[in-house]
Design a protein around this ligand. Structure first.
Ligand SMILES: Cc1cc2nc3c(=O)[nH]c(=O)nc-3n(C[C@H](O)[C@H](O)[C@H](O)COP(=O)(O)O)c2cc1C
Length: 249
C-alpha cells in the first residue's frame, strides 16, 4: 500500500484542526531551550513499521533546530514499579536511602528509586538524567484499551519518586521549572479523556502543564469502528493530517 513516497500536502491550502495543534505545539516549543521527547509506543524489534506517535515526535523535532533529544522508552530496560508507596507500614518511595549512588547515572544526585538500586541493569537513569537537564518534556504514545499504552504507564509509575518527594516527604519539587506535555495517537476511542487525566497526573507530579502541549489524534470518533478498512486508511490519513513525508516499501 505504501509503495511510493507520500508528497507534502502543505501547498494544497487547507489546514485541519490537527495542523493547528501541531503548529501551536511547535510555536510553544520554539521558546524552550532544551527539550526531551519520550516516545512510548512500540512494535516488534525486528519490524520496519514505526509507531505513528514516534514519527510525529521526529517530525516535530525536525522543526526545532537540534534542541530536542528523543529517547525511545520502549527500547530501554525499565523494570516495573515496586509499589513502595503502598507498603503496609509506610511509604518509602524515593526516600533518601533510595539514592542511586553513581556519578555517571545520577549526576544531579536527585535520582532516588528502589527499583534502580535493586536492578543494576535498569535504565530509568537515562531518562531522569536527561529530564533534569531539560526545561521541557513531551511524552508521545498510543491509546490501548482506553488508556495510555503500558510502556508509558510503566514509566510514569517508575517516576513516582519525583512526585513523592514533595507530596509525601515535603521536600522540594524538582519539576517546578519544567514543562510537560502529552501527545497521543489512537484509532477510535477515549483519546480525549486520556489527555485530560494525564494532564492532571503530570500536574500532580509538579510539572507545569501548558495547554499547547496536550492533545490527541484519533482516526475516528466511532468507538465501534474496528474494520480492517479503517485500519488501512488510518496511516495515510495520519500522514496527510500532519503533512509528514515518508517513504516505505
Ligand atoms: C492492544 C491495543 C489496544 C488498542 N486500543 C485502542 C483504544 O482503546 N482506543 C483507540 O483509540 N485505539 C486503540 N488502539 C489502536 C491504536 O491506538 C492506534 O492504532 C494508534 O494509531 C497506534 O499508534 P502508534 O502507531 O503510535 O502505535 C489499540 C491498539 C492496540 C495494539
Amino acid at each position: 500500500m505504501l509503495g511510493k513516497t507520500f508528497k507534502s500536502f502543505k501547498n494544497l491550502g487547507f489546514y485541519t484542526n490537527m495542523n493547528k495543534n501541531l503548529e501551536k505545539t511547535i510555536d510553544y516549543l520554539k521558546k524552550k531551550k532544551k527539550i526531551l521527547f519520550l516516545t512510548t509506543s512500540n512494535r516488534w524489534s525486528g519490524s520496519k513499521d514505526e509507531p505513528k506517535s514516534a514519527l510525529l515526535a521526529k517530525e516535530i523535532a525536525s522543526k526545532l533546530n537540534n534542541k530536542v533529544t528523543i529517547i525511545d522508552v520502549a527500547k530501554l530496560a525499565i523494570y516495573v514499579c515496586e509499589g513502595n508507596v503502598s507498603k503496609r507500614k509506610y511509604n518509602d518511595c524515593g526516600e533518601k536511602f533510595a539514592l542511586l549512588k553513581d556519578e555517571e547515572k545520577n549526576p544531579s544526585q536527585c535520582h532516588r528509586c528502589w527499583a534502580s538500586l535493586n536492578n543494576p541493569d535498569d535504565e530509568l537513569w537515562r531518562i531522569s538524567k536527561e529530564l533534569f537537564q531539560s526545561d521541557c518534556v513531551v511524552f508521545f504514545g498510543s491509546i490501548r484499551w482506553g488508556q495510555m499504552n503500558s510502556i508509558y504507564q510503566k514509566l510514569i509509575e517508575r517516576l513516582t519518586w519525583i512526585e513523592n518527594r514533595h507530596s509525601t516527604f515535603g521536600e522540594s519539587n524538582l519539576l517546578k521549572n519544567i514543562d510537560a506535555g502529552l501527545i497521543c495517537i489512537g484509532h477510535n476511542w477515549n483519546g480525549k479523556n486520556v489527555i485530560k487525566i494525564q494532564k492532571k497526573v503530570l500536574n500532580f507530579f509538579g510539572f507545569k502543564t501548558p495547554k499547547e502541549l496536550f492533545w490527541n489524534w484519533q482516526y475516528t470518533n466511532d468507538a465501534n469502528e474496528e474494520s480492517q478498512e479503517s485500519y488501512k486508511k488510518a496511516f495515510p490519513k495520519f500522514i496527510k493530517d500532519f503533512e509528514i513525508e515518508v517513504s516505505e516499501g
